[in-house]
Design a protein around this ligand. Sequence first.
Ligand code: CA
Length: 627
Amino acid sequence: MVQSPSGQLKVTVSDAGGRLHYSATLNGQQVLEPSALGLKTSIGDFTRDLTLLDTKEQPVESHYQMRGTKASSACYKANQIVLNLQNKDQMRFSVVMQVSDHDIAFRYDIPRQKFQKKDMKRVRILSEASSFNLPDGTTTFISPQIGPETGWEQTKPSYEETYSADAPMATPSQYGHGYIFPALFHLPNGWLLLNETGVGSNYCGAHLSDYQAGSGYAIAYPDPGENNGFGSAFAAIPLPGQTPWRTVTIGSLSDIAETTISYDLVEPRYAPSTDYQPGRYTWSWLIWQDNSINYDDQVKFIDLASAMGFEYCLVDNWWDTQIGRDRIAELSKYAQSKGVHLLLWYNSNGFANDAPQGPRDCMNTAIAREREMKWMQSIGIKGIKVDFFGGDKQETMRLYEDILSDANRYGLQVVFHGCTIPRGWEKMYPNYVASEAVLASENVFFNEGAAIRQPFDLTLHPFCRNTTASMDWGGIIMNKYLSKDNKSRHTRKTTDIFEMASGITMQTSVQCVAMQPNNLGELPQFEMDFLRQLPTTWDETCLIDGYPGKYVVLARRHGQDWYVAGLSAEKQPLTLTLTLPMFNKGESLQYYVDNKKGEPTLTTLKVDKKGQAKVTIQPNGGLIIKR
Ligand code: CA
């Protein structure tokens, strides 16, 4: 048994019958039923006939600084137990289990050892038995994994399926391929979030299997058909070696929304080559689409970024043919003359899928990347968005890491789209910004159903997809209609204040503000002023109130300034009494809120003598409170 530093979270590991199980209690209540541990490898089956050789216990502690996430510094304290085991053939492995007050993390270590008389310095990890067996009565906030070579131009899986809320565990997954990380669960007595971290070129990305009564969800490896069938569905590691960390965050919704466990367990894999700048970017493609990828329209979005004081403008797909490299160099020069830097879109191809957009074949080999990135650096490009990856195999994780480390040599920040979730990457790779890996803003443009879902999605992600990692949702949208003329196609379903507040609840260090040039003449001055000063990096994050998929009120600190931001997906006005310890009792604050008609207002809000304030968020509306 190993317990957290405060003693509130306790994990018990048992080797009864030669099989390993772990279970956990929080404040004496069962939060994990006996759940399997172990793995099958090319040098032995470590799921059965196991004997415990010895154990070693020690406290672990780390304090670290970070940039570009929900917190600028974090402290991790846990108690670690290492269980050294062997199977019936005397092949050895270890379980490393760390328990902090709100997290369980475990991984497997395999030592160098003799196998069939050979001195093994490598191993294939074929499958993992690790499972998460949750108490009866638990409901799920999870999203299905989808099969390979599906979706538009066979680009999936790319973590763009829908999350459902409060569903029973026994519901079969939509596509029969289990569920993606992160996965959120409402236990009878708390909340639990499953994820993994520390996965780069060293391993494949994992997900969860379908639910099995009696054993719960198990770790599943990629489908063999991913990445055009190329690369293995298992992982290969050198010996001595280790698997990535599987993490279980347990407690209240605050513990879930504030967790830094994705970063606590990983280390930077290289140093930054330059001081990467956070910021905001404009993006023509979201609403003006492919036709806007021409020199003159891009000038309009550069001018918009410049007028707003934004740092970046993203030029999306087809620029190689619709603008051309020489004119991109001119465009970059023009942008810099206006105090803006360009970000350029790339296709990740190769052979991963059939996505036709150019530029193609510039990011899939070291030779092509070298040529391309050198050119980008010479013309003042500051970042890339690479789209359409092939899945979660170790082969593909290696491509992500290679793009990141090469881009760092040329001072380029990196956003991924059509991609897997990041797993500790903000800390592992200092020029990594964010991934899409979410049913994002492009869907709000494509179809009205996603526009209707948007408030649900954006009130869920602070507890799930966006609490474990940065998320490039792709745009605070200020157009009333999802069209260039701002009067045709479907309407946006959210209020202006919802969109502005989402710029705070959604976390990424380079945030898209998908304003359109027409918005400059349309938006009230106080909205413009707010968007101009919107920060994108945070020193501290606290949950004030919320329920996944219904509403969220988050407080984030940037330097000395606290921003309290709320979103509601409810059908009726939502009245809340917020406890606001970051402000003074009796203090009057700026209060951005929708009126009963859903129109934006800027007024004042007074914190009462108890440090509380009563607020009302309108349906699909929002609020922002700041000094
Ligand atoms: Ca996408």
